[in-house]
Design a binder for this molecule. Structure first.
Ligand code: DGL
Length: 264
């Protein structure tokens, strides 16, 4: 069983990529819809939620836990890794992207957009700097984008105008690539690519991360056998019809969500 968690349903973009890369793996997804958004929360709050979620995923015998949320990866990865210890492998959505950037963009200036938590934590800056590949990172918090996408506002005039306003920020001038540092953003990848008209490479982390999970399970010799029939469970800490309806946007098909209250 692979455990995947996010503040809500945006991480389903990553879960979807994982099911494509690893069709025989069972997954349990936890969306902390009771506490969303994480992007505006303190690191301490996100850490407390993340640890609680890991308890649930460990109860379900997860061999690997993927933090499918940039905000939680930035705020809670180190703590979660220590908390989980040897009970499961822990991965986040930032390290595989940083490794990708190090391989492909040495000596270049690249951009990052994400929530306030992700951008102000400076985790990407620190990890990219540690690569020592002369990469300059220009980061911009874009807090309107996640709620906008959750409301189904993408590929329309409102999303065009919000995206354009953010990307025209002078801070992002001169970048050769842009990291989509939020698991909601694959939904607006095409609009962002259209804005740059090919002059900036748009880095979508979902596939990069799914591939890294696959390689990690291979390296740990923990891949499920090719004939395994996968189970898939999608839990949320607060169920609403609206969340369930929105799963279609992020996973490509409507999912059944099960309610799991974290503090009962
Ligand atoms: N999924 C979160 C992330 O990747 C964004 C949504 C939130 O703020 O909770 O950062």
């Amino acid at each position: 069983m692979v455990g995947i968690f996010d503040s809500g349903i945006g991480g389903l973009t990553v879960a979807h990529a994982v099911t494509k890369a690893l069709p025989h793996e069972s997954i349990v997804y936890f969306g902390d819809t009771a506490h969303l958004p994480y992007g505006d929360k303190s690191a301490a709050a996100i850490q407390a939620y993340s640890v609680k979620i890991c308890d649930v995923l460990l109860q379900r015998q997860c061999k690997l836990i993927l933090i499918a949320c940039n905000s939680a990866s930035a705020a809670a990865y180190d703590l979660v890794k220590e908390y989980v210890g040897s009970k499961a492998r822990v991965m986040n959505v930032i390290d595989p992207v940083v490794a990708h950037v190090g391989q492909h963009f040495a000596g270049q200036t690249i951009g990052l957009i994400g929530t306030k938590q992700t951008v102000f934590s400076k985790v990407y800056d620190l990890k990219i700097k540690a690569l020592r590949r002369q990469i300059t990172l220009k980061s911009l918090a874009t807090p309107l984008l996640a709620p906008m996408i959750e409301e189904g506002f993408f590929d329309n005039t409102i999303s065009h105008s919000v995206i354009e306003t953010y990307l025209n920020d002078s801070h992002l001038r001169g970048i050769g690539a842009l990291i989509l540092g939020c698991t909601h953003y694959p939904l607006i990848k095409n609009e962002i690519a259209h804005f740059y008209k090919g002059s900036v490479q748009v880095i979508d982390s979902s596939e990069i991360v799914a591939d890294a999970v696959k390689r990690q399970l291979e390296a740990d010799k923990m891949l499920s056998p090719g004939n395994a029939k996968p189970a898939r469970h999608f839990l949320v800490s607060d169920f609403t019809q609206s969340f369930e309806a929105s799963t279609k946007i992020f996973f490509g098909k409507k999912l059944h969500l099960e309610q799991y209250r974290l503090w009962e």
